[in-house]
Each structure stands twice: as C-alpha cells, then as structure tokens.
Design a protein around this ligand. Structure first.
Ligand code: PMP
Length: 303
C-alpha cells in the first residue's frame, strides 16, 4: 500500500517507541495478532476517526473468535486509539491498533497468553492517489480459506499470508490485485485486502456474507450511503461471470477507499462509471463530515 516510513508506535503503557517487539514473541512467530486499520480524516472541526466504534467492535470480535485472553473493553480501546492519534499530531492518518502477544514461550494456546494493545500511526498522505489509473484485476488461483478452517470475520495477522499469496501472484502476472473466490462455492468472495461491488442495471450488488469474506466497514458504509441516496442495493451470491458482465466493478477498503476496476483478466469493463463516481463523491462527503452527519461516523481527535 506504499505508506510513508515515519510511523509512530504507541504501546499499552502510553510510551511512544521505536518498533521493539521481541522477535521471539508468539504473535511475530505465529501470526497471532488481531488488528484494525482506521482512517483519520480532516474535517471542518479538525481530525476525526471514521467509524471508530465499528472498527473496535470488529477488533474485539476478532479477539473473541480466536479465543484470546485480554483485558480490553471498547471504552479503553477507544481512549487508547484516540490518544495515539492525538499524540501523532497528524491531521490525516492511518491508525492500526493491534492486540498482540510478545510472549516468548511461543505458546499457541491464545487463551493462556495475555494480549496487549499497540497502536501504530502512519501519515495518510501516500495512499493511492486519486489520479491513479483504475485497477486491473485477475481471478486468483488462491481461494479464501473455508470458514471451517478460519473464521472469515477475524482480522488476524496470520490471515494476511493468504492475501499476500493472491497479491503476489497478481503482481507477478502484471495485475494490480486479484479477486479471491469462496473455497466451497467458487463464487466471488473479495479482493486481497478489499471487498468487491458490481453495478448492473442501476442495482448495486456485493457478495453476501455467507461466502468467505471479511465484513468490511467500507463495504457497510457504501451500502448505507447508497440506500440513503435511493440506490437499490443487494447482498447476494456473486459469480465470476456476474463481474465480467457488470456495468461497473469497484473495490472498497479503509486504506484504499473506493477503487474503480478497469478489467478482470483479459476482459475490459466499461470505462464510464457513473455509480462509482456518485458513490465516491458521497463517500468523500461522509468521511469529511460534509454530509451523512447524523450517523455518528466521525469521532473527533482532541489534543
Ligand atoms: N477484506 C479484507 C481481506 C481486508 O483485509 C480488508 C481491509 N481491512 C477488507 C476486506 C476491507 O475492510 P474495511 O473496509 O473494513 O477496511
């Protein structure tokens, strides 16, 4: 995602530090941390975290799905994440809270290992520029894991090896990213680190959560915005051929926001994307507090 290197890591005791997580710690060695990526936008009233409560609720759900031992409730997480964002002094940033264990015993019993919070904050200036060309995707040969193998709702660091397999395969083949399929049904699940939408006949369609995908918060934001502006939306099974015959396809994720898709494999999609353009504008208004203000989506970051 190409972020600037000057990030700040705030530990559970409030100290700001260089990255000093023991190499031998269990989360480092086994991918057993859970995390969130949250954006801080600059609004008229100053910096604000977008959908903070939903992100922290998902963080706690990820920890619960993995059976982790920890002492965090939503209020404490919220206070610590806001404090880290404020301490960074950045008007726009990308904030990653992680519950991790540095336990050097290398236990993989996550219920018997205390997990603690660290929050890393990056300047958000180097994300995908608005002038970047629309993404060229392939269909990955790597499918998402079955829900019988890994709970799709858990955003755990180890799961990103699966995303990395898909993204690396795509990059090597000359694509920007890849669509990953549900392991059992073979339907469209999600992209390597983003959810997928398509538009057909004025309807906005996204794969239902029954298939193996992370319930993205940007996905939800787009669905809510679309309904509010009177666009018909539906969550339903999506086949690869539905993407290839769509009027528009786009991706959603906190870091990359809304990304238009130019092609899938050797199949070009229409270059005109009126629904994407409308939703992108509305999304920008929502994230900067100019519209959709009654939804409580922005939490101010105060010094
Ligand atoms: N799917 C995967 C696998 C992801 O890593 C992400 C990024 N968090 C998403 C979907 C999009 O989720 P969100 O909109 O909450 O960032």
């Amino acid at each position: 995602m190409g972020m600037a290197s000057a990030s700040v890591l705030t530990f559970w005791d409030g100290s700001v530090s260089e990255r000093r997580i023991p190499f031998g710690g269990s989360s480092m060695q086994h991918g057993t941390a859970v995390f969130e990526g949250i954006r801080c936008y600059l609004t008229q009233d100053g910096p604000a975290l977008f959908r903070l409560e939903e992100h922290l609720t998902r963080l706690l759900r990820s920890a619960a799905l993995l059976g982790m031992a920890h002492d965090y409730g939503i209020e404490r997480l919220e206070a610590d994440v806001l404090a880290a964002a404020a301490a960074s002094g950045l008007p726009r940033c990308y904030v990653r809270p992680a519950l991790f264990t540095a336990d050097p015993i290398l236990s993989i019993d996550l219920s018997g290992t205390p997990f603690t919070l660290a929050v890393e904050v990056w300047p958000a200036t180097s994300f995908r520029p608005p002038t970047a060309p629309p993404a060229r995707l392939m269909i990955s040969t790597w499918r998402r894991p079955s829900p019988a193998t890994f709970p799709p709702g858990a955003k755990a660091t180890g799961m990103y090896v699966v995303s990395a397999l898909a993204r690396t395969e795509a990059a090597k083949a000359g694509y920007d990213d890849a669509i990953q399929l549900d392991p059992e049904s073979g339907r469209v699940a999600e992209a390597s680190v983003a959810n997928v939408f398509l538009v057909r006949g004025g309807r906005l369609i996204t794969p239902w959560l029954t298939d193996s995908l992370l319930p993205g918060i940007t996905r939800d934001t787009v669905l809510v915005i679309a309904r509010k502006i009177g666009m018909p939306t539906v969550e339903e099974p999506v086949e690869v051929r539905d993407l290839l015959t769509a009027d528009e396809v786009f991706l959603t994720g906190t870091a990359s926001e809304l990304v238009p898709v130019a092609s899938i494999g050797d199949h070009d999609l229409p270059a005109c994307r009126p629904v994407f353009d409308t939703l992108s504008r509305a999304f920008r208004q929502a994230t900067t507090g100019l519209d959709f203000t009654g939804l409580g989506w922005l939490t101010p970051v105060r010094d």
